[in-house]
Design a protein around this ligand. Structure first.
Ligand SMILES: [Zn+2]
Ligand SMILES: [Zn+2]
Length: 384
């Protein structure tokens, strides 16, 4: 079983390098160099070899398969995920579960199916597909802020695009309050199913964390029994022979250790997804809107963002009770768009005047309803 240990260690190292190798902290270090080799030099050399031998056919084929996996609707990623978790749970229940006390056994039985239940709901629930029948309701739920979203028609669906929506080229429809298209659930995450996706992420944190703690505990327990049984007993579980003994007695080849490694590999991913989702909800934007805010930030830094404010200098928009802001981008000799008749009317009737935006704080995110309000909206609706 040495090969299994070597395989798991290599996969862990590769994943770590590819995920974190380009972080500034690893610049000029061996991890940074390994990342450049794996992500840049090696693919480029292989491509040159492929061009020489097969006229690039292998690269095209791999690219098409990669695109199919990540950018086409298919169940491959969901099946791979389910297979890994099922395998881990099989090992857990056959190796670790019988050694646990009653309360932990009960806890394991409750936690084991949670991620599958959440995955089922996340995959099968309607993410918030916009149709001619519900488009007006979607617009009422998500009014235009005139900063990130302006009224426009989707060129594919030929219906009005409500604010916060986006046409997904994979799902081939417009999704209300879209976050992103997620290959893990083979669907978009939107207004109606984001709550299930968050539960799915949190269930995975719980599953992998429990797997990690209980498998480590089981290995150490068995090892403690072993060091007590030898004569004379070893003074402490951590001694110069710990790893050697774990290896010799077969613990490292056991199901315990495989559960430990799979949990260790999956926990950071589950934590990263959960953290990103919860943070963005608390901040009042979706992943789709995050990139739009970044563009606004860049415009602000260039000093070409203007918006209409009232006599007190407060941004005034067309959302409920004047929320939102009527913003325009100055392109050097004209604005990026002309005002609509409704905007013109609003400006006249409220005596608004245009002013340069100089600070991030002057902008008004009308979709941000405060931390509690944002979470309430995600988990309790209103839904489309
Ligand atoms: Zn569309
Ligand atoms: Zn989609």
């Amino acid at each position: 079983m040495w090969w299994l240990l070597a395989l798991i260690a290599s996969v862990s190292l590769l994943t770590f390098i590819l995920l974190f190798g380009r972080a500034p902290a690893f610049k000029n270090s061996i991890i940074g160099s390994a990342y450049v080799f794996l992500a840049v030099s090696l693919p480029s050399s292989l491509y040159k070899l492929d061009l020489l031998l097969c006229k690039g056919a292998i690269t095209n084929h791999l690219q098409a398969s990669f695109n199919y996996l990540l950018y086409d609707r298919n169940w491959a990623v969901v099946i791979i995920y389910a297979a890994i978790v099922l395998f881990e749970e099989y090992l857990f229940f056959s190796c670790i579960f019988p050694t646990l006390p009653g309360l932990l056994q009960l806890l394991s039985i409750i936690i084991a199916p949670l991620s599958f239940v959440a995955l089922f709901f996340a995959c099968t629930a309607d993410p918030g597909v916009i149709t001619p029948q519900n488009v007006q309701r979607a617009i009422t739920l998500n009014p235009y802020d005139r900063l990130l979203f302006m009224p426009s028609e989707c060129s594919s669906c030929k219906i009005l695009k409500p604010a916060r929506s986006k046409h997904c080229s994979i799902c081939k429809c417009c999704i209300s309050k879209v976050d992103h298209h997620c290959p893990w659930i083979n669907a978009c995450i939107g207004q109606n199913n984001q709550r299930f996706f968050i539960l799915f992420c949190l269930a995975n944190v719980l599953l992998t964390f429990t797997g990690l703690i209980l498998s480590a505990h089981a290995v150490l327990d068995a090892y403690r029994d072993y060091i007590d049984s030898v004569d004379p007993p070893l003074p402490s579980i951590w001694n110069p022979y710990t790893f050697k003994i774990l290896l010799r007695e077969g613990y490292i080849e056991s199901g315990h250790f495989i559960v430990f490694w799979t949990s260790l590999l999956m926990l950071p991913l589950a934590l990263a997804f959960s953290f990103q989702q919860l943070l963005f909800i608390a901040m009042g934007y979706t992943l789709n809107e995050h990139s739009k805010w970044q563009a606004i930030k860049a415009g602000l830094a260039d000093g070409n963002l203007d918006q209409y404010v009232d006599v007190n200098g407060t941004p005034y928009g067309m959302g409920p009770n004047g929320s939102g802001s009527i913003a325009l981008q100055w392109l050097g000799n004209s604005y990026n768009r002309t005002l609509t008749p409704e905007e013109d009317q609003m400006i006249q009737s409220h005596d608004l005047h245009i002013t340069k935006v100089t600070s991030w704080k002057q902008l008004n995110n009308m979709y941000d309803k405060g931390v509690i309000g944002n979470f309430k909206e995600v988990f309790f609706g209103p839904f489309l």
